[in-house]
Design a protein around this ligand. Structure first.
Ligand SMILES: Cc1ncc(COP(=O)(O)O)c(C=O)c1O
Length: 374
């Protein structure tokens, strides 16, 4: 397999958008109906997501960043407000906070689960804390019961950024279903995709109404050109929603295949010295979005970036872990040593449902050979 893969010149991508059934049919249907901006697929997508997640309100939006923006607008985040965000995560929430003139306060993550923990968050709460953003990175979930209790005790809204955790759950608690507001991304690399796209969910009908207005220039349908508030255009198109509806019809298959991929990687990586997979939070049934592991410096003295280059030479595309805020000057100083270490040593391997067991074995063998013990 190893030689065949390298000799064929075929590359294994890090991620791949995959289509499972009715995607083409529904997109053509949307095209032919001439509903290419809003339309019935948007409503179907929202209804299907609301049902799956067990929430009364689900609004489709243009992307996951717009979803976070809507959350902050609905919660009336103001300049000077503090937003607690993880030091190790995709930085969308921190970026949007800055755009609102708010201050992202970085919370270091747990070294095993790579998620924020209630105790660490509690130490950062101040009079100016306006929201806590729990990012469920790579599909793993934060300690939701703990964070929900903490947020309730301090009367601070909790936002779940579940962009990477569509389908993950803790018992009956789905990711992205219990915060005051919750956000998802349907980007092409994500578990469910509409190309670009996203979703906000909430149980609060007042917040849902504000987000509906902010999503579309503050317009109400019954009165043309009347703006209730200074909104955006964060709408998803009917064409994109058609893709999402088809994907949701196959969500069980998608999750089963992602699970198979995870189990195979886990089995193989356990036997490779110097690699530590992200530990899944107790009681979380994770719908793994991306396989990520931390390399041990003693076993991989060449460093993570050299390992990535060597794998690339073997036709394997990888991604580094999320870069910590200190790497980006505009965030200013932060004290998140665990996040910094993860940013230096985490590598994410190809992760998509159709990745075969043979390809996973090939990737793991090549990685093992790069370690000192290899
Ligand atoms: C955790 C997290 N939040 C937010 C986003 C932003 O989503 P989008 O790219 O759809 O704007 C992403 C995207 O990759 C993400 O991983």
């Amino acid at each position: 397999m190893a030689n065949k893969q390298a000799a064929s010149g075929r590359r294994i991508p890090w991620a791949k958008a995959e289509f499972w059934g009715n995607e083409e049919k529904y997109v053509i249907d949307a095209l032919q109906s001439s509903w290419i901006s809003g339309g019935p697929y948007v409503e179907r997508l929202e209804a299907a997501c609301a049902q799956l997640l067990g929430v009364p309100h689900a609004l489709a939006v243009a992307n996951g960043t717009a979803a976070l923006d809507l959350a902050f607008l609905a919660l009336d985040v103001k300049p000077g407000d503090e937003i607690i965000v993880p030091g190790f995560a995709f930085m969308a929430a921190a970026n949007v906070a800055l755009q609102k003139g708010a201050v992202p306060v970085f919370c270091d993550v747990d070294p095993r689960t790579w998620c924020i923990q209630p105790k660490a968050v509690e130490k950062l709460i101040s009079k100016r804390t306006r929201a806590i953003v729990a990012v469920h990175s790579y599909g793993n979930m934060c300690d939701m019961p703990g964070l929900l209790a903490l947020a309730a005790a301090h009367d601070i809204p909790l936002i779940e950024d579940a962009a990477e955790a569509f389908g993950s759950r803790m018992g009956s608690l789905m990711a992205g279903a219990r915060g005051q507001i919750n956000t998802f991304s349907f980007h092409a690399t994500k578990t469910v995709t509409t190309g670009e796209g996203g979703l906000v969910t909430t149980h609060d009908s007042g917040l849902a109404e504000r987000m509906r207005l902010y999503r579309s220039h503050g317009l109400r349908r019954h009165r043309h050109y009347w703006h209730e508030l200074p909104g955006h255009n964060f709408r998803l198109t009917n064409l994109q929603a058609a893709l999402g509806v088809a994907q949701l019809e196959k969500i069980e298959t998608i999750l089963e295949q992602r699970n198979r991929m995870y189990r195979r990687y886990k089995e193989r990586l356990l036997s490779i010295p110097g690699t530590q997979m992200q530990m899944i939070t107790e009681t979380c049934e994770a719908a793994i979005w991306a396989i990520a592991l931390k390399l041990d410096a003693a076993t991989f003295p060449q460093g993570r970036d050299d390992v990535m280059s060597a794998l690339s030479n073997k036709g394997i595309e990888t991604r580094p872990g999320f870069q910590p805020p200190a790497e980006m000057d505009y965030f200013g100083p932060s004290s998140v040593p665990v996040s910094e270490d993860l940013g230096r040593w985490v590598i994410s391997l190809p992760s998509y449902p159709s990745l075969t067991d043979g390809e996973i074995d090939y990737i793991c063998n090549e990685l093992a050979m790069l370690g000192k013990a290899g």
